[in-house]
Design a protein around this ligand. Structure first.
Ligand SMILES: CC(C)(COP(=O)(O)OP(=O)(O)OC[C@H]1O[C@@H](n2cnc3c(N)ncnc32)[C@H](O)[C@@H]1OP(=O)(O)O)[C@@H](O)C(=O)NCCC(=O)NCCS
Length: 166
C-alpha cells in the first residue's frame, strides 16, 4: 500500500470512492464527493492523501481549515475519509489517518477536529472535549486531537463546501 498526496489524475477515482463508501452511511447526506470537490475548487483542500493498492486508488482522506469561536486558531478538520467498500477493514483507513496526521503536524497544525464514529477515532488519540461544540452535532461524535497547545474554546465551523446540498 502506498499513501501519497492526490494528483489531478486521481480526481475521478476519489469521487467514485466517496460515492461508494458513503452510499449506505446512516448519517451521511451522500454529498461527500461534493465537499471534496468544493474544497478543491475553493483552494481549501489543504491536505488530500490517497491510498493506492496494486496501482489502484482505493482510499482518500481530506483536511481543511476550521474556525473555532469564529477565529482561525490553526486547527484543521479531518474529513471526509473513505475507503472503497471492497477494501475496508484491511488497515487502509488507519494508514490514511496516521499519514494524514503526520502531514498536518509538519504543516504546523495546532490540532484537528472531526465528526465521526466513537468506535473508530479514539484509537488515534481523538477525544471528546466540552470546550468544543458544533451546531447540530451531538457532543459524543465531535472529536479533537490537540497537536500543539491547548484546545481552543468555541463553536467549530467548517468551510462552506461542507454544506453544499444540505
Ligand atoms: C471508516 C473507514 C474510512 C475506515 O477505513 P478502513 O480501511 O475500513 O479501516 P481500518 O481497516 O483501518 O480499520 C478497521 C478497524 O476499524 C473498525 N471500523 C472501521 N470502520 C468502522 C466504523 N465505521 N465503525 C466502527 N468501527 C469501524 C473495524 O472494526 C476495525 O476494527 P479492528 O481493527 O478493531 O478490527 C471506512 O470504513 C469507510 O470508508 N467507511 C465508510 C465511510 C465512512 O464512514 N467514513 C468516515 C465517516 S466518520
Amino acid at each position: 500500500m502506498l499513501i501519497r498526496p492526490e494528483t489531478t489524475g486521481d480526481h475521478e477515482s476519489i469521487r467514485e470512492i466517496l460515492i461508494a463508501a458513503f452510499a449506505n452511511h446512516p448519517y451521511s447526506h451522500q454529498t461527500e464527493h461534493l465537499i471534496v470537490e468544493g474544497l478543491r475548487a475553493g483552494d481549501a483542500l489543504l491536505v488530500s492523501l490517497v491510498a493506492e493498492v496494486d496501482g489502484r486508488v482505493v482510499g482518500q482522506i481530506a483536511f481543511s481549515r476550521v474556525e473555532i469561536g469564529g477565529k482561525d486558531c490553526g486547527w484543521l478538520g479531518l474529513g471526509p475519509i473513505a475507503v472503497l467498500p471492497s477494501h475496508q477493514r484491511q488497515g487502509i483507513g488507519k494508514a490514511l489517518v496516521n499519514e494524514g496526521l503526520s502531514a498536518i503536524r509538519s504543516l504546523g497544525a495546532k490540532g484537528c477536529v472531526l465528526v465521526g464514529d466513537p468506535a473508530y477515532y479514539p484509537r488515534f488519540g481523538f477525544r471528546n472535549n466540552p470546550a468544543l461544540q458544533m451546531e447540530g452535532v451531538p457532543p459524543e461524535v465531535l472529536f479533537c486531537l490537540p497537536l500543539d497547545g491547548d484546545v481552543p474554546e468555541g463553536t467549530v465551523t467548517h468551510h462552506p463546501a461542507f454544506f453544499v446540498g444540505h
